[in-house]
Design a protein around this ligand. Structure first.
Ligand code: ADP
Ligand code: LRH
Length: 498
């Protein structure tokens, strides 16, 4: 195997990172060259992503990489799902991209449902209907900005938009497009029924590329700015962060294993050969997204460490900076094991006032209030772990196969309390790692594109995949049942339990 150096630009909803990876005979060595914060910017009415700042930060990260003496062969971008930008035929960005947390879709969801019911959306696309989906956002924008329709030439999802800004070229890749709510389930085609019903031109997003592709070098001005020549090629790899991560996880392919991606969101699912389009999957809130090779990730999008990020932001605005490591320590010292929130209650989805919202939920449900910051964090973490158990039950039921093992990855596994609580609450052994699964998978997808059949993924994973095994340490069934009662009473919905 020749030595190869790759760069993964991994964009999360809380931070972006530029990571270099050196592939040698003995494995893949990662180096985080630069990490920058990323959060939605409010203008009062709207919530946007600052995509030019993201591009600028990536360029800075690439400059640092070049100063570090790294000479990469290729680069690919992966990101969070669903969000996008509108491009004119001259390649100009028409509108600052909205964040999926922007509330404009709340005003048009009724009209959307008149065109397509939730069940129709699910049956056609395999995606769980949601106001955050690209389809819901494009529909809302069509009503809000009719003047933009004739100016729009293409709609590119975030990884494509970023490569467009850096390399002057863009394509929508299958894994990221599979989060849009617009593809016919399990295919790369825009659903004609959805496109027609919502009046979203299919040609805006098409063609959707399966298996990635080679795009070309960065634009010459950016090469000069960074200090690279045009040897470094931009590749379309696995565009969606979760799909990228699965390429780095051999155990995610095992029949008896479910994965939990721990970041701003928690994504809980299994890899399958084809989409599950049953009423049971729909009612369980599951969604079918795509893998890099065109198979299915059946999963549920749950609120994740967003709650912890927002508590941290609340407190830092009040002058109390506390890092994630310290937050975990405070929670570990808390004895507050009997209060719970429903992390997916709609009130927690929007930014701001997270501590007040959690206290409101606890008061509303007649539970003990936290006495310390550690209690508050502990309540969030144990509620997240309970919501994982709840979803695993639904996933096992829907797929008709028991789950005997979990694989957890993403930044959130650095929170060892969350991982242990997940093991305790589910009673399942967990293989935790790697933290940077998305970046590793991003690099693997580049090698799949560049080296094709000469690349042996299994051999590489055998060298580099060394997860930490976490076993259940105590039975927390009583806590779980208490969580179920709280959640059930709060939203009045039916539950499925393990
Ligand atoms: P995203 O890709 O969505 O931006 P990440 O996968 O980077 O998210 O995960 C971010 C989360 O990981 C943070 O919100 C935080 O809760 C958790 N985290 C990061 N570093 C640590 C740490 N040192 N200790 C505990 N938790 C951490
Ligand atoms: C997680 C994720 C998830 C959701 C969300 C918007 O990073 O990709 O799959 O779609 O972002």
């Amino acid at each position: 195997m020749n030595e190869t150096t790759l760069i993964a630009v991994d964009l999360g909803a809380s931070s972006g990172r530029v990571i270099s990876g050196q592939l040698t005979e003995t494995g893949l060595t990662l180096k985080e060259q630069f990490r920058f914060s990323n959060f939605p910017v409010t203008t009062g009415r709207d919530l946007y992503w600052d995509v030019l700042k993201i591009a600028q930060e990536i360029k800075y990260g690439l400059q640092l990489t070049s100063q570090d003496g790294v000479v990469p062969e290729s680069l690919a971008v992966d990101s969070w799902g669903v969000d996008f930008g509108y491009l004119t035929s001259r390649g100009e960005l028409l509108l600052q991209p909205h964040s999926y947390r922007d509330e404009r879709t709340a005003f048009t969801v009724g009209q959307l449902n008149e065109k397509l019911s939730d069940w129709q959306q699910f049956r056609l696309s395999g995606n769980q209907p949601s106001p955050i989906n690209t389809s819901s956002q494009l529909f809302a924008d069509r009503l809000r900005y009719p003047e933009m329709q004739p100016l729009t030439d293409r709609v590119v999802m975030i990884p494509g938009l970023v490569t467009h800004l850096l390399a002057g070229k863009a394509d929508n890749e299958y894994t990221i497009a599979s989060t849009s709510g617009l593809l016919t389930a399990g295919t790369t085609s825009i659903s004609p029924e959805i496109s027609r019903a919502l009046a979203i031109p299919a040609m805006w997003l098409a063609p959707v590329r399966l298996g990635g592709e080679h795009l070309g070098p960065l634009v010459p001005e950016i090469q000069r700015e960074i200090g690279y020549d045009n040897r470094m090629q931009v590749v379309v790899g696995a565009g969606h962060d979760t799909a990228a991560a699965l390429l780095a996880l051999p155990s995610a392919r095992d029949e008896d294993t479910a994965f939990i991606s721990c970041g701003t969101w928690s994504l809980i699912g299994r890899q399958l050969s084809k989409p599950v389009l049953t009423h049971a999957a729909f009612n369980a809130g599951l969604t079918n997204e795509g893998t890099f090779s065109g198979h299915t990730r059946l999963l549920k999008n749950l609120t994740g460490l967003w709650l912890i990020q927002e508590l941290q932001r609340d407190w830092s605005l009040a002058g109390n900076m506390v890092d994630f490591g310290k937050m975990t320590m405070l929670a570990a010292a808390s004895t507050c094991t009997t209060s719970f929130i429903d992390p997916d209650a709609p009130m927690f989805a929007s930014p701001g006032h997270m501590e007040a919202k959690i206290r409101f939920f606890l008061r509303q449900t007649g539970q003990a209030l936290p006495q310390t910051a550690g209690d508050l964090i502990r309540i969030v973490l144990q509620s997240l772990a309970c919501s994982y158990r709840r979803t695993l039950g639904a996933l096992a039921e829907t797929t008709g196969k028991p789950i005997r093992r979990l694989t957890m990855f993403g930044g959130g596994i650095q929170n060892q309390l969350l991982v242990q609580l997940t093991a305790d609450l589910t009673g399942l052994p967990i293989d935790a790692g790697p933290v940077e699964a998305s970046a590793i998978g991003n690099m693997i997808s580049q090698l799949m594109v560049l080296q094709q059949s000469a690349f042996d993924r299994d051999a590489l994973l055998a060298q580099i995949y060394h997860p930490q095994r976490i076993l259940p340490a105590m039975n927390r069934d009583a806590e779980y049942h208490q969580f179920e009662v709280i959640v059930q009473n709060h939203d009045g919905k039916a539950i499925s339990s393990t």
